[in-house]
Design a protein around this ligand. Structure first.
Ligand SMILES: Nc1ncnc2c1ncn2[C@@H]1O[C@H](COP(=O)(O)OP(=O)(O)OP(=O)(O)O)[C@@H](O)[C@H]1O
Ligand SMILES: [Mg+2]
Length: 591
């Protein structure tokens, strides 16, 4: 039996921090509007209760609430779930959805507690020296989603074994799946059997050949498909039993390598020294926005898309600092009965499959570090921000460091969009930054199955993208595509970094975004040939659309659907890149 002894103070702190996040993010998403009292103090009245707290208003109009200051009728708050029950009418939640949200929030609290407990052992200085894979296991998770460690479907045993914050490695299971059940896409020299050779011993090869021989068949009839051990016992062994009986699926056993879960929970780093490939697997659990399966839609073309992206990057000097973590091979195994049900819940279509992706470590030299962008918004348990630690260690002045960050990260991403019409959801878990001597030198992009979209116009620069790839990709009008950068990166990533830089490095948020604007303007001036594209993807509009991810869940609830959910929009936000409009009176400076 797994029993976690909770340290009451830390548990209370996790609850307070989550209430602070809920107040701030739900205010940002316009579920309520706290009333300013004296400077820095606010009141939020929900139901018959009054919550008072100190907060700092960021340049994005977002309230950064001080968790320890929150008082309800003069008492400290100690329960995020009680808070949500009080907030039910304001969040317009029916009882069914509230009950489900409470489960997701309680799961989040439990896992946050475990992550915070581990965090206690490290200072920011320790953290920046950790190997990249280990560092990922200490991060806070999605900064906007209030239930960011929901993992509905997992209990304490699964969390202890498989959650990223446990820091535990896992062994994957291997299945051989008959080709008639599979959709595949791979680069010529990295077919699934070739990749499997990276994971199996001679002994295991013999076992595989014997299993196939016993059934009178050969490798040419099957593909090897790694499976997460939980997914195997909870879903595959039951839902695909008919094909296990028929011999279309042959269970082989455990693979030898140890894998560590990354922040996305279902992508794994191979712990063998500097292994070249990560493995992405379906996990049929609801985590943040959706069930984390692998849809078949992009599998056939995933490797071609990766190759196309790599080829434009290698030919364009402006993209020389952009690393593409190619998805070199993918397999999707359909469920022959579920697929006959046109509107079946999408999770039943996405239960079995695999994507092999180049690991970030493959591109990071010995004297460099590759970190998720989300690392920069992480604080240690004493509140010291990792971004401040990297800046301090770099020896550069904070402004100089930020210039490097923006020119190495934002400019290539913007160029990719302006020139090629390619958008990538650039949130802090999809984008990594490579540092040398703690200074940003390159950016890395990944996650192209669904998170890469293209403009709906026929840009000549897209002409040589293979037709079958184009046909599979989501196409957006430019005014929506731009949000892969503006919302994905500026709002979902930089919004949480800039206040830390202001508090701990002395660069005000206004200056932070002025530097970002400068980087973008400089790029635009140096490349006037793309002027028409800058109009199509304008960075300096007065306002930008506000995307509200929590409200989507409040609205659609937890019932199954045939499609993944799409976001809701709030009132447009003032664009902090438009400097002449933003003055320091519009928001609170920390200093
Ligand atoms: N800072 C962060 N920003 C966004 N998502 C985060 C962050 N930290 C953790 N996550 C988690 O990572 C996942 C992001 O979803 P996304 O669809 O980009 O990735 P994925 O397709 O599941 O995996 P991968 O990026 O490894 O291919 C979610 O499960 C989310 O909760
Ligand atoms: Mg991702």
């Amino acid at each position: 039996m797994t029993v976690m002894t909770l340290e009451p103070l830390l548990w209370a702190r996790c609850n307070q921090s989550l209430v602070a996040k809920i107040i701030g993010e739900c205010a940002y998403e316009e579920c309520w509007e706290p009333t300013p009292l004296s400077k820095g103090e606010y009141e939020l009245v929900i139901g018959d209760r009054s919550y008072r707290f100190h907060a700092r208003q960021s340049i994005w109009g977002w309230l950064q609430v001080d968790p320890e200051s929150i008082r309800c009728q003069g008492q400290e708050v100690s329960s995020a779930t009680e808070f949500l029950v009080n907030a039910q009418p304001d969040l317009k939640l029916n009882d069914i959805d509230l009950g489900n949200l409470l489960e997701e929030i309680q799961n989040t609290l439990y896992s946050t507690y475990r992550q915070q407990e581990r965090l206690l052992a490290y200072t920011a200085g320790d953290m920046v020296q950790l190997p990249a894979e280990e560092l990922q296991s200490l991060l806070d998770g999605h900064p906007k989603a209030i239930a960011n460690k929901g993992r509905i479907g997992w209990g304490t045993e699964e969390l202890a074994l498989y959650a990223p914050e446990s820091g535990q490695s896992v062994r994957l299971q291997l299945l051989l799946v008959h080709r008639s059940l599979c959709t595949v896409g791979y680069e010529p020299e990295t077919d699934p059997w070739h990749l499997l050779q990276l994971h199996v011993s001679d002994e295991q090869n013999q076992v595989i050949d014997q299993l196939l021989k016993d059934r009178g068949t050969t490798r040419s009839e099957y593909y090897p498909v790694p499976v997460h051990p939980w997914q195997w016992q909870r879903h595959i062994n039951v839902q695909y039993q008919a094909w296990i009986q028929s011999g279309d699926i042959i269970p082989v056993g455990e693979l030898a390598d140890d894998y560590l879960p990354q922040q996305s929970i279902r992508t794994f780093s191979n712990l063998r020294d500097r292994a070249d490939y990560d493995i992405k697997l379906p996990l049929t659990i609801l985590n943040t926005s959706c069930f984390r399966g692998i849809p078949g839609k992009h599998i056939e073309t995933g490797a071609d898309l990766s190759q196309w992206l790599s080829s434009i990057v290698s030919e364009d000097p402006l993209l020389s600092g952009l690393v593409v973590q190619r998805e070199i091979c993918g397999i999707h195994c359909r469920h022959p009965v579920q697929e006959q049900v046109a509107q079946t819940p999408y999770r039943y279509r996405e239960m079995l499959g695999v994507v092999w992706r180049e690991s970030l470590q493959k591109f990071v030299n010995q004297d460099e570090q590759g970190i998720l962008m989300a690392t920069l918004m992480q604080c240690d348990s004493r509140g010291k921000a990792l971004v401040a630690e990297y800046i301090r260690r770099s020896g550069l002045a904070p402004e100089a460091w930020l210039r490097e960050l923006f020119s190495k990260v934002v400019v290539p991403l913007y160029h990719l969009m302006a020139k090629y019409g390619v958008g990538l959801v650039a949130h802090g878990q999809n984008i990594s930054v490579i540092l040398r001597d703690h200074v940003p030198v390159r950016v890395s992009v990944k996650d192209f199955h669904g998170d890469l979209r293209i403009v709906d116009q026929d840009f000549p620069e897209l002409a040589d993208m293979p037709m079958q790839v184009k046909a599979c990709l989501t196409r957006f009008p430019a005014k929506y595509l731009i949000h892969d950068l503006v919302t994905g990166h500026f709002v979902t990533t930089l919004r949480f970094i800039s206040p830390l830089v202001e508090e701990q490095c002395g660069v005000t948020e206004a200056r932070f975004y002025a530097l970002l604007a400068e980087s973008i303007s400089k790029y635009q001036k140096q490349h006037p040939e793309l002027a028409a594209r800058y109009e199509l993807f304008p960075m300096f509009t007065d306002t930008i659309l506000k995307v509200c991810i929590n409200r989507v869940r409040f609205r659609i609830g937890y019932a199954d659907s045939a499609e993944r959910p799409i976001p809701e929009l709030g009132t447009p936000i003032n664009n902090p890149l438009v400097l002449d409009r933003v003055t320091e009176h519009d928001y609170d400076t920390a200093s």
